[in-house]
Design a protein around this ligand. Structure first.
Ligand code: MCN
Length: 769
């Protein structure tokens, strides 16, 4: 409501006294040697306070841009600096930056900067990058491959040698991005007297940003404060740490004034991380009864010119989780990290899972077609059964699951919606209409720290929460988890309120300041905040409740076991009228302590919980899509979208449904519209929403959602995460609906997005069969 009524405060709304505004000069050429940069005219422009180039920034920082997700052990590190040094490696890479009295002056100054480039041939596609004679981005590397790794399990060679049937496919996924409504923004304020850096930053990970800023600038953590106001969507893009953040700090130091740097929309297409682009070559071995025995292949991550914060993390995740809900005994999935002259690869909702799910579900359907079986029969045959949990997948241990029930729930909801009849009617009228399914798992609640480290992240996965009841009996939760629209404040308030027995409007959740909020492993991402943070709040609040009951028991001269708390009132069970309010307990703990606080209790009511779960939590779901294809235009219209979902104990059903809707909208964009394109010369070709198409309300079909709840067995409260669920299964379900609609042509969808020209070409190919 606060955000809807315009009361939100985002980085760009923050005004620090004396603040300057900055702008970054970004290369339009994809690959070039920087022969010279002349900033003298820019520096002389009235209103300009500081100008920096890449070489100057490099001299001021202690390290290049950090890469914290190192899934490939001996990876060649294509490190970048906050601004390009000697060479530009992608269109959009910053080469110089200006701080001026306002943004317009800063932009005028950028026009006065003279950069002399020696252009080099651009490497834009995977094939170009892997060609024998490919130009090398890093001249001292043997090629453009930064590294390789493998996800192994069991005896793959034997599985394929003994298979009755092998199906194989090659998949392509376009570059896409999260496109949050609010672009990235930072304000840096260096205080030369305290030697402390105050930063306002739109980020999903304030603690991480604080540490990485400190690392790059050579400051200890206490010398950096990161404050995060409202974040207008992050979608993973604001988990990553950007050179622009360092540039703002360097400019602030130079100018001796606070500096704001806000990315504009056009910049965001090149300066915010891209994601999704992959090629996956994979094959599946099976028995003639549909039992899957092996999965092998290669995931090529088409990375950018320099490594982003998370390196090849999403592509490794694609391989690590490609078995999805299926019990596949033998797996060998190679991961190849390939550098190209494009924007850095980074986090985007779903991480590697939408691609893993697409490949996995396509292969299952292909296998079913080959064996003449129903695809759901193949799914059922291979699901990890409920009694096999905890289940060791190639990398992660899945905690709990009831996959077949979830599939049935989805099928029942499709039946109830009358889709089969609708398809029959539509087809009788000549329409190309069909239904598609996909079943997904989500490795959510990303933790514990040891698994997070095992997965290559040089950071931890625990969370710290502080729950306080104040002297008026109201509750404050201090969290390091930042909100970016996913409703985490509401969820944590509900958990605390329910555990303490106080009404929701007596709970305040505070986040967004590393000086005052506790340390969280790495912020909001990987659908972890509700489960890991919720469990930490639950544990802290449960201990606090016990203290409240002990104090109340002391005052009322009854045993704490005889007390209950409801709506902020502590009552003696069975004795009407004998009660205390939470405010009276607060008063006893903070103010009128004498006689009211038992001598064994310390004053105040506050608990801190550091929670590092034993494992990740695996939620799951089944998506069904009803789609119609216009055979003349190749346009796909989605007519219905049903999800059966399980994220353990649901904290807030309304938010969970909203999360599924939002994720599904992004799946629809990824499946049908979104593609960051480069022209033949390697320049960015999509720089407005007229070129990069997002689905709008008119393209989103009505959603139906069904829930079941299989609690996590190791997370207090039984919560599992689900913030990415909607985006994971959508692409495959949409593709399968399109395939079903066009079954007469034998169309198989193996790349996303499914644009009309591509679909028309596939229909034509099918018609020729
Ligand atoms: N929830 C619940 N019960 C559960 C699990 C979740 O009620 N058992 C609700 C909670 O209100 C919680 C929300 O669902 O706040 C999402 O929970 P969770 O799965 O823990 O995800 P996170 O809070 O860690 O959020 C991150 C996740 C990710 S990784 C991306 S990317 C993402 C997303 O959530 N970006 C978003 N959802 C987003 N939603 C909005 N509006 N904007 C973004 O940028």
């Amino acid at each position: 409501m606060r955000l809807l009524t315009g009361r939100g405060r985002f980085v760009d709304d923050v005004r620090v006294p004396g603040m300057l505004e900055a702008a970054v000069l970004r290369s339009v050429v994809p690959h070039a040697r920087i022969l010279s940069i002349d900033v003298s005219a820019a520096a002389a422009l009235p209103g300009v306070f500081a100008v920096v180039t890449g070489t100057e920034v490099k001299a001021l920082v202690k390290t290049p841009q950090p890469v914290i997700w190192r899934t490939i052990p001996d990876m060649l590190m294509g490190f970048g600096y906050p601004l390009a040094v000697e060479k530009v490696l992608y269109p959009g890479q910053g080469v110089a930056a200006v701080a001026a009295k306002d943004r317009a002056t800063a932009e005028d100054a950028l026009e006065l900067i003279e950069v002399e480039y020696e252009e080099l041939p651009a490497v834009t596609t995977l094939e170009e990058a892997l060609a024998e004679d490919a130009p090398r981005l890093y001249e001292d590397w043997p090629g453009n491959v930064a590294g390789r790794t493998m996800v192994p399990k069991g005896d793959v060679a034997a599985a394929f040698a003994e298979a009755d049937v092998v199906v194989q496919e090659s998949f392509r996924f376009a570059r896409q991005m999260g496109t949050p409504l609010e672009t990235r923004g930072v304000i840096a304020d260096w205080d030369p007297f305290t030697e402390r850096l105050e930063v306002w930053l739109g980020t999903q990970a304030p603690n991480l940003a604080r540490e990485l800023l400190g690392e790059v600038l050579g400051l200890s953590a206490d010398k950096v404060r990161v404050r995060t106001p409202d974040v207008g969507g992050g979608f993973g893009n604001k988990f990553d740490f950007y050179g622009d953040e360092v540039v703002a700090c360097v400019l602030s130091r130079r100018a001796g004034k606070p500096v704001k740097l806000i990315e504009d929309r056009a910049e965001s297409f090149v300066a915010t991380v891209h994601s999704r682009e992959q090629k996956i070559d994979v094959e599946l071995a099976a028995k003639s009864d549909g039992t899957i025995t092996g999965l092998r292949g290669t995931v090529y991550g088409v990375l950018g010119g320099v490594l982003g914060t998370i390196g090849i993390g999403p592509c490794w995740t694609t391989a690590a989780l490609m078995t999805g809900p299926y019990d596949i005994p033998a797996v060998e999935l190679n991961v190849v990290a390939v550098m190209t002259n494009k924007s850095p690869y980074g986090s985007y909702r779903g991480y590697g899972l939408p691609k893993a799910n697409f490949a996995q579900e396509h292969l299952v359907e292909q296998l079913a077609r080959r064996l003449g079986m129903d695809a759901h029969a193949v799914r059922r045959k291979n699901f990890v059964p409920p009694d096999a949990f905890p289940y060791q997948s190639p990398v992660f241990v899945y905690d709990t699951g009831r996959y077949e029930e979830c599939l049935d729930l989805c099928l029942t909801s499709v039946q109830r919606a009358g889709w089969a009849e609708r398809v029959a009617r539509g087809r009788a009228d000549g329409a190309a209409i069909g239904i598609g399914y996909s079943f997904h798992t989500e490795a959510s609640a990303f933790a514990p720290s040891r698994i997070v480290n095992l997965a290559g992240l040089q950071h931890s996965g625990f969370d710290t929460e502080v729950v306080r009841i104040d002297s008026t009996g109201h509750v404050t939760v201090f969290t390091g988890l930042s909100a970016m629209g996913q409703g985490i404040h509401t969820a944590l308030a509900q958990v605390a309120g329910q555990a303490l027995g106080v009404p929701l409007d007596h709970v305040t959740v505070l986040s967004g300041d590393t000086d005052t909020c506790p340390y969280t492993g790495y912020g909001t991402g990987a659908s972890r905040a509700a489960a890991v943070g919720g469990a930490a709040v639950l544990n802290a609040a449960t201990r606090l409740r016990e203290k409240v009951l002990r104090i109340a028991g002391h005052i009322l001269e009854v045993s704490p076991e005889d007390l209950s708390i409801e709506d902020g009132v502590i009552s003696v069970r069975g004795v009407p009228g004998k009660s205390l309010t939470m405010a009276e307990i607060g008063d006893a703990a903070y103010r009128r302590i004498n006689g009211k606080l038992p001598e064994t209790e310390t004053p105040t009511l506050e608990e801190r919980e550091v929670f590092d779960p034993a494992n990740i939590a695996t939620s799951f779901g089944c998506t069904a899509v009803l789609a119609e294809v216009d055979r003349e235009t190749g346009v796909v219209t989605l007519l219905g979208y049903l999800i059966a979902h399980d994220c353990g104990t649901v904290i807030n059903p309304l938010i969970v449904d909203g999360q599924l809707h939002g994720g599904a909208a992004q799946a629809i964009g990824g499946a049908l519209y979104e593609e960051l394109a480069y022209d033949a010369g390697g320049r960015m070709a999509t720089s407005t929403f007229a070129d990069y198409l997002l689905p709008t309300a008119t393209e989103i079909p009505p959603f139906g959602i069904e829930h079941m709840a299989t609690p996590s067995d190791h997370i207090p409260g039984g919560f599992k995460g689900m913030g990415e669920a909607g985006v994971i299964g959508g692409g495959a379900a949409i593709a399968h609906a399109v395939e079903d609609a066009l079954s007469e042509y034998g169309v198989e969808i193996t790349s996303l997005p499914i644009t009309p020209p591509r679909l028309l070409a596939a229909i034509k190919r099918g018609a020729r069969r």
